[in-house]
Design a protein around this ligand. Structure first.
Ligand SMILES: [Zn+2]
Length: 141
């Protein structure tokens, strides 16, 4: 093992998995990330996991910040068509979803419905409860 890798491990590390299904690694700085083989644990891989985690955090903060402005939109069409002198705010149609994402492993409801389906399918989001990357939809009745 490369010696430089030790600094990523000094606050503790946990690894779950097996050679067939791959592994889920957890450290304080990276949170959970997936690897398919233990050989992948390198300085580069840790750096990537750290930057992925920071990116996710940033995206989530951004989503939170955007929730408020999303409540309204501008009627550009009406403005261009000359209906008003200034663009007029109109209530945006916020798509209402009838489901939530639930972790396959621990059944914990995760994420807000604002996260795009592609990101879930690409397994960019790990369960905040157990770190699993696979989720399914649970529909509200
Ligand atoms: Zn979970």
């Amino acid at each position: 093992m490369e010696k430089e890798i030790l600094k990523y491990l000094e606050q503790g590390i946990s690894i779950d998995g097996n050679p067939k299904d791959g592994y889920i690694v957890f450290t304080i700085w990276t949170q959970h990330f997936k690897i398919s083989s233990l050989d992948e644990l390198s300085v580069e891989r840790f750096e990537k996991a750290i930057s992925d985690f920071n990116r996710r955090e940033e995206l989530e903060n951004q989503l939170l910040r955007e929730i408020e402005p999303l409540q309204h939109d501008w009627d550009w069409r009406g403005f261009i068509d000359g209906k008003y002198d200034n663009p007029k705010p109109v209530l945006a149609e916020v798509p209402k979803r009838d489901f939530e994402w639930v972790c396959n492993e621990c059944n914990f409801p995760n994420l807000t419905s604002s996260v795009s389906e592609d990101e879930i399918v690409d397994e960019l989001h790990s369960c905040i409860e157990c770190g699993c990357f696979e989720m399914h939809k649970r529909y509200f009745s």
